[in-house]
Design a protein. Structure first.
Length: 271
């Protein structure tokens, strides 16, 4: 059985993610992408991002006033309860700006530094992924009820479908493209989704064999990493390390080690 506190935190995260997702979905102006290169739509996206984070932190604080927060949009509270919420109110900002469906709300709860509950809501796909430590990973969607998640059966690396992401800094993107170019002949193919949290959940649900990215922040990773691990995937960074800003990897057990080794050989973590 899972810890009752973990379940309480999960329920609160699910409620907050659902409400923030609805705010972002229903509050997005229909013509947001018309002037996508101008400042005005960017400002609107930033406002929506901040509003979603405020909704989440306000809702959680009402029920758990002693908890801490770490959020992409600036929420930073130490707290005194031992619980810290790690929040990405809008993961996949560019997708949201352009009206692409792959964006998400990611909320994780840490207890004394360990992630114990995580939720990733993907409103435009009508899906929500969630997990508690030791309780498996689950999802709701177009199907009936909750579905337990399991990563794909292990395939040889050359048959693996792997996703990645690219940084906004030109020099970093160029290096990431070089790494991807070296990887492509060794894999089935590479995808680029645009939301780290969704990619991690797609590994968990068997839609991808692996995922890697450099430059992620704690709020990009926290919930999706737990969900992937609870679905049977392996996660890490450079060999022997946890997922970090240098490098984050999630993959089926058979794909993880050879993918990690190649990424290390190719210097995927280099400046």
């Amino acid at each position: 059985m899972t810890d009752p506190l973990h379940q309480e935190l999960l329920a609160l995260a699910r409620d907050a993610a659902h409400k923030a997702g609805a705010l972002l979905r229903d509050g997005r102006p229909a013509d947001l992408a018309v002037a996508a290169t101008k400042s005005s739509p960017i400002d609107v996206v930033t406002e929506m991002d901040i509003a979603a984070e405020k909704l989440i932190t306000d809702l959680i604080s009402e029920q758990r006033p002693d908890d801490g927060f770490l959020g992409e949009e600036g929420a930073s509270v130490e707290g005194t309860s031992g619980v810290r919420w790690v929040i990405d109110p809008l993961d996949g900002t560019v997708n949201y700006l352009y009206g692409l469906p792959t964006w998400s709300v990611s909320i994780a709860a840490e207890l004394h530094g360990e992630t114990v509950a995580g939720v990733v809501a993907v409103p435009m796909r009508g899906e929500t992924f969630h997990a508690v430590l030791g309780g498996g990973a689950w999802a709701t969607g177009a199907w009936e009820g909750e579905r337990r998640l399991a990563c794909r059966p292990t395939a040889p690396l050359e048959q693996a479908l792997v996703s990645t992401g690219f940084n906004y800094v030109t020099e970093v993107r160029t290096h990431q493209a070089d790494v991807a170019q070296k990887l492509i002949p060794l894999l089935r193919d590479i995808r680029r989704g645009g939301s780290a949290a969704v990619d991690l959940c797609d590994v968990a649900s068997g839609r991808l064999d692996g995922y890697y990215e450099r430059g992620l922040n704690p709020w990009d990773l926290a919930a999706g990493n737990l969900i992937a691990r609870e679905a049977g995937a392996l996660t890490g960074g450079r060999p022997g390390e946890r997922p970090a800003r240098d490098l984050a990897i999630a993959a089926t057990p058979g794909v993880f080690e050879p993918l990690q080794r190649l990424l290390d050989d190719f210097g995927a973590w280099h400046d």
